[in-house]
Design a protein. Structure first.
Length: 420
């Protein structure tokens, strides 16, 4: 097969706030250093690409010292948080922009689909845009004509193909753009998160086409997505970008596990009561199977809630109840669970309780936890709304088959049997 793409020490630096270096003095300084054969002085400064913290410099490294090789026929997934540098990396690999340092070596034709409607002209029809976009991507007119019917059929836009693109929805534009790029039969196909705009049917078709390109035609695919199920089903190798640096490379299954295990937002998953009464909730956190604090789970992960509370003898004698309510991102209550303290049993003072959710109960969604500590029909001791949150991610379970469909609130593993 052989190496088809090689990135060597590539970095990309941007100036914050303005385009270019910003001042004539900076430009002259750069020119003077270049004349003398010295390194650009502004490359020695620059803050880390972390959008959560305030910059301490006018320059930021969007990418820093990226090194990797891709073999022919390989499908490389690139995953990471928003702002990690994924799209910047694809722009460098597609030659949309140049690296500040380092070099990129490629073999063959590159087709890119980086943004919705890239290269499309709104006033031209879909058919005219196919010819224009194909030409930009390097296809000859004869080549486009020979594949025109196939491109139109794949896009699913036959009815509107002679309508100006400005009247297309974003999903239709993506369909047409992907159809042109995929039928270019490139040696390297670069695809950003644009497929998220398409519907479930088109996503399935697009992933199938990328698999055909890599397995059947030996094309290399670079694929950026936040959909872990798509990465797992399509990719043969995966890299994780964090703050502009490659932090991990491995098979999709292990890379996804590594990525999700490190997506911890302590402010979301850990609640601490800074001014508790003597009888009160002190702490609540979501944890994984190894009791590590965690707020991103796979569908089949064990989800646990650890709860610390304190109770005095007066309240304990009245048998209070602790209840937890789980709500999804649409503010729908998914389920409620509660326990009488006498059934634990509970001691006077501080107690720690572990609550295990049934396995494979929650469908992919974002959830919040609310908590109540009360004596039924008598007194609310403590009420905490939306004090903790967590996410259940789809990574290739049975739900992947029904991607983008409504799963309901929970997946219930009922007992099924034949009656004779």
């Amino acid at each position: 097969m052989g190496t088809i793409l090689k990135a060597e020490n590539i970095s990309k630096q941007y100036r914050l706030g303005t385009v270019g270096s910003g001042t004539l003095g900076d430009d002259l300084k750069r020119w003077w250093y270049a004349v003398r054969g010295k390194e650009d002085p502004f490359l020695k400064i620059g803050s880390e690409n972390d959008r959560r913290i305030k910059a301490d410099s006018d320059y930021v490294w969007a990418l820093r010292d990226i090194n990797f090789e891709v073999e022919q026929g390989e499908v490389l997934g690139i995953i990471g948080k928003n702002g990690a540098g994924k799209s910047t990396l694809l722009k460098l690999l597609s030659r949309v922009t140049s690296p500040t340092t380092g070099s990129i070596k490629t073999k063959g034709r590159i087709a890119s689909l980086l943004e919705v409607g890239t290269g499309f002209h709104g006033e031209l029809t879909g058919r005219e845009n196919i010819f224009m976009n194909g030409a930009v991507l390097g296809m000859t007119k004869t080549e486009i004509k020979s594949k025109l019917d196939e491109i139109i059929a794949f896009s699913g836009c036959e009815k509107y193909i002679d309508t100006p693109v400005k009247r297309y929805s974003s999903g239709m534009t993506v369909r047409l753009g992907f159809a042109v790029a995929a039928h270019l039969e490139p040696e390297i196909l670069v695809v950003d998160e644009v497929l998220a705009v398409g519907d479930a049917e088109f996503q399935k078709k697009a992933i199938g086409k990328m698999q055909d390109l890599s397995r059947g035609e030996g094309s290399t695919v670079l694929f950026v997505s936040h959909n872990m199920a798509s990465v797992k089903s399509l990719c043969t190798d995966t890299i994780i970008l964090e703050n502009g640096v490659v932090t991990y490379r491995g098979k999709p299954e292990t890379a996804i596990d590594h990525y999700l295990d490190n997506q911890i937002n302590y402010s979301e998953s850990l609640y601490k009561n800074n001014s508790p009464k003597f009888t009160d909730i002190l702490e609540l956190k979501t944890v994984g199977s190894k009791n590590q604090i965690k707020n991103v789970f796979k569908v089949d992960d064990q989800i646990k809630v650890n709860l610390i509370f304190r109770v005095d003898s007066k309240y304990l004698s009245q048998n209070p109840i602790i209840g937890i309510r789980i709500t999804n991102k649409n503010s729908i209550t998914v389920f409620t669970t509660q326990i009488e303290l006498k059934s634990l049993p509970t001691k006077i003072g501080e107690n720690t309780v572990e609550l295990k959710f049934p396995k494979k109960l929650l469908v992919p969604n974002h959830y919040t936890i609310s908590l109540g500590f009360h004596i039924p029909n008598k007194e609310i001791i403590s009420k905490k709304d939306s004090i903790s949150s967590f996410t259940v991610e789809e990574t290739g379970s049975e739900f992947h088959i029904y991607r983008n469909n409504n799963y309901g609130c929970v997946f219930v593993d009922c007992k099924w049997s034949l009656i004779e």
